[in-house]
Design a binder for this molecule. Sequence first.
Ligand code: SAH
Ligand code: SF4
Length: 428
Amino acid sequence: MNSYDGDRLRTAMIHKGWTETPDETADVVFLVTCSIREKAEQKVASEIGRYDLQFRKTGGPILVLVGCMAQRIGREMAKKFPCIRIVSGPRHLGLVPQAVEDTMQDGRARFFFDDDPRALDDLEVVPTERTNPFKAFVTISYGCDRFCSYCIVPHVRGRLQSRAPEEILTEVETLAQTGVKEISLLGQNVDAYGKDGSGGYGFARLLDDVSKIEGVERIRFYTSHPKDFDEDILEVMARAPRICRAINLPVQSGSDRILKEMNRGYTSAQYLELVAKIRAALPDVSLTTDLIVGFPGETDEEYHMSYDLLKSVKFDIVHTAAYSPRPGTRAAVMDGQIDKRVKAARLNEINEMQSGVARELNEAYVGGTFKVLLDAPAPRGEGLLQGRTMTDKVVIVSGNVLNLGQFVDVKITGASHWSLQGERFEGE
Ligand code: SAH
Ligand code: SF4
């Protein structure tokens, strides 16, 4: 969501006549921030400290602090760091581009907070100036109503609000016309899409309609919620080959007591039942999940229930996190906060086990040939490109930037826990 917001802000500023430039020569720097864990905020705070030193010496650049951290603590941050001149919560981005110009004129700081969790002043702009030309995100809904007890999202991103289907479909059409091959539909809980309206137009229908748009070769979506997951989605996926065979279905814990304390709305048995249904409908699906270790009161036994669940389901990827107390959430004041070292040990152990599972699943790809969209230079290595399969596996192949944006058949020759290596398949 932050990438999407960043791309939209970039597009809006370029439309206003601004130019993107390296940090050293910038008049204005935008920071699109995250509050999900303390570590995310610490990273931003240290970046701001660096800019602030420069600002105190040279009077520039000014900072625009937007997103969840801006909403949560933007006012205090601006008091501490005079370089921050504009602060906006995630639901007021529409006011930011003009505010930047006004502040450049009069030097006054400007603050836009989402005090009303239903108010929305969004940027009416399609992100045509993207960090990646071939892939684009599209937000389908704002906010979240689930209030999981550990989570800051409903507090900083406000209540669920679904975008109108026509708006989303027009945005996807525009993106397809500007060369986008892959669309990722985004929502904190995509399965809740449309459930705040009265029309009965839900996520399955949206997915079906997006999959019919000419030019979009691949469609992904994040994130599904086990409690709201509608089985019609599986029917749509089974008959629409352009919808990627990948579902991120956060489980968060394997213990029913902890799931209840988290306010997740399902038991581990219900979760496993859903996994079985998904795998029956889509045998080639790749399943990923999110998991928190060290939630308040989590005993060793309860932690092991998470460990065992991961081991038995065999997820392709697990986004693991040590529980981080977020001020204002219910869990932050619960008894039984777990010691940092215990959380770290649980995290290490579970990550190590998961690496083994992921390597094993990836090794099963070796020898096969898969269609890959080459979408970026590989993070390491000259002359290497990175792409993804339909099941969202990262594949590294040789190639040059001219090959970016192409679909190629790749024969998989090697596998590690996080990626596959391959050779472009020329036929035999
Ligand atoms: N809407 C999605 C994910 C939202 S946040 C969902 O319902 O799952 C992304 C992930 O961050 C979560 O899945 C969770 O695993 C993690 N997370 C959220 N709050 C956290 C916290 N306080 N401490 C540690 N991890 C957290
Ligand atoms: Fe946070 Fe996701 Fe729960 Fe919403 S559903 S409160 S975003 S974890």
